[in-house]
Design a protein around this ligand. Structure first.
Ligand code: CA
Length: 226
């Protein structure tokens, strides 16, 4: 889960980021409205935590611009002002929810869970394809035929999930880097190649007929031999 934090109060932004990283969210933090809008336009985020009073472009306008561009990423607005008009204005601008500062980490996490669930994506415990099942709750890959299973680490699990969302479709290395390592990470093709190789070994270990095929220079796709 990728979260963007747009908040110019550096201490609050860093505290938020810390809370989310602890919960295994992937987090990008920016301290400015215009920069926040740029990041949000990439559409790689599952939720945007957006302050209202920001340098260059305020939170209302960032949100309006996103919605004008038909970007539907859920927005959780942070407001220092507990006034009805601010809340109404935020919701009018297309925010999905708002939170008044100060708030507890529990409240933040609860609201994020609701917002990321609301996106119309059913939260699945498992995803099946060919002869494999990815058990998301246990980060485990199993093969229905051999009945073997193996644990996946966080990035392996995210990568397999990405492939399972679009089987038989070529996914570029750049898309993988952006989704798994984040928008402005230093990760390169070699990181992707390493994780694809880990996944291939694990698919082979459970004796699955599902494989990750290299599409020359373009990327990879998941296919099933059965
Ligand atoms: Ca602010």
């Amino acid at each position: 889960m990728n979260i963007l934090i747009v908040e110019d109060e550096k201490r609050l932004a860093d505290a938020l980021s810390h809370i989310l990283l602890e919960q295994k969210y992937m987090v990008d933090v920016v301290y400015d409205g215009a920069e926040g809008l740029d990041y949000a336009l990439s559409e790689i985020y599952d939720c945007i935590i957006l302050d209202i009073m920001l340098p260059s472009i305020n939170g209302f306008d960032v949100c309006l611009e996103l919605r004008r561009k038909k970007i539907t990423t859920p927005v959780l607005m942070l407001t220092a002002k507990d006034t009805i008009s601010d809340k109404v204005r935020g919701l009018d601008a297309g925010a999905d929810d708002y939170m008044t500062k100060p708030f507890s980490p529990e409240e933040l996490l609860a609201r994020l869970r609701v917002l990321t669930r609301r996106r119309g994506e059913v939260i699945l415990d498992e995803i099946k394809y060919g002869d494999i099942t990815l058990h998301l709750d246990q980060s485990k890959l199993s093969c229905d035929k051999s009945l073997k299973n193996i644990h996946l680490n966080f990035k392996e699990c995210e990568l397999l999930k990405m492939f399972l969302a679009k089987p038989d479709v070529i996914i570029s290395k750049q898309d993988i880097i952006t989704k798994i390592w984040g928008y402005d990470s230093d990760a390169g093709d070699n990181n992707v190649e390493a994780y694809v190789s880990f996944l291939r070994k694990k698919l082979a270990f459970v004796e699955s007929s599902v494989e990750i095929i290299s599409a020359k220079k373009l990327g990879y796709k998941l296919t099933s031999k059965v």
